[in-house]
Design a binder for this molecule. Structure first.
Ligand code: 5RP
Length: 225
């Protein structure tokens, strides 16, 4: 039986096959992406430059000699954004933010032509929401943000001791069954004081590579939804 880390390594290696020389890459955050960064170095397919979604990934990229650019250096969208996820539904909508990098991740995804998501099979769900939904918010707005999240049917729990790279706290919202991800993504982002939430429906993945015990599967997002 393969471990989750072995599966993450396999999907990281599989993603390297989609890279071509001279690419400008958007790079996500998390343990899968740490393995992907290592895999790019192992396979000799490091990008020309990258835009990173976190200080953590920036450090790892720079340690390998990759130039990390700010978004405002781009003259056109990035070729490809590569990131992990906490949950993936059949429409390739995601929950992200387990690593508290959701806001920058969504910004870099929005600045990319294509989003390739790397997961192991344990992340696949029929409906999003078993993984508590991360929401980054402004500290001064904690009370009203929590009330509004409760009114949406969730149970907000502050992520103790965590401050994002943007200097804000994160709340994990338990107990949501997210059958209409795009609608809930918009509703949560309309709450005053919310910076961003971890539903990626407006910026869902174009392709998901899923590491299973019998190999890596490619799932393209359905065209009609
Ligand atoms: C970070 C994220 C990660 O992509 C997500 O938490 C998955 O992490 P891992 O690859 O460690 O399982 O959204 O904010």
């Amino acid at each position: 039986m393969k471990t989750q880390t072995e599966l993450k390594k396999e999907v990281a290696l599989a993603a390297c096959q989609q890279l071509t020389p001279g690419m400008l890459l958007g790079i996500g955050t998390g343990s899968t992406i740490d393995l992907f960064i290592e895999a790019m170095a192992e396979m000799g397919v490091l990008p020309r430059a990258a835009v990173s979604s976190s200080e953590r990934s920036t450090e790892r990229l720079r340690a390998l000699g990759v130039e990390v650019w700010p978004l405002d250096r781009l003259e056109a969208p990035l070729d490809l954004y590569i990131d992990g996820a906490d949950e993936v539904d059949p429409q390739a909508c995601l929950i992200k933010g387990g690593g508290a990098a959701l806001t920058r991740e969504k910004i870099v995804a929005s600045a990319s032509r294509r989003f390739l998501c790397l997961v192991d099979a344990s992340k696949e769900v029929s409906v999003l929401g078993s993984f508590a939904l991360p929401v980054e918010f402004l500290a001064i707005a904690q009370r009203p943000v929590f009330w509004a999240l409760q009114a949406l049917g969730g149970e907000p729990r502050l992520r103790e001791g965590v401050i994002t790279d943007n200097g804000n706290p994160v709340v994990d919202v338990h107990g949501l069954r997210i059958a209409q991800p795009a609608d809930l993504e918009d509703r949560i982002n309309a709450i005053p004081g919310v910076v961003e939430n971890g539903i990626f429906a407006r910026h869902r993945a174009d392709e998901v590579l899923v590491a299973t015990p019998s190999g890596v599967l490619r799932r393209h997002r359905p065209a009609t939804s």
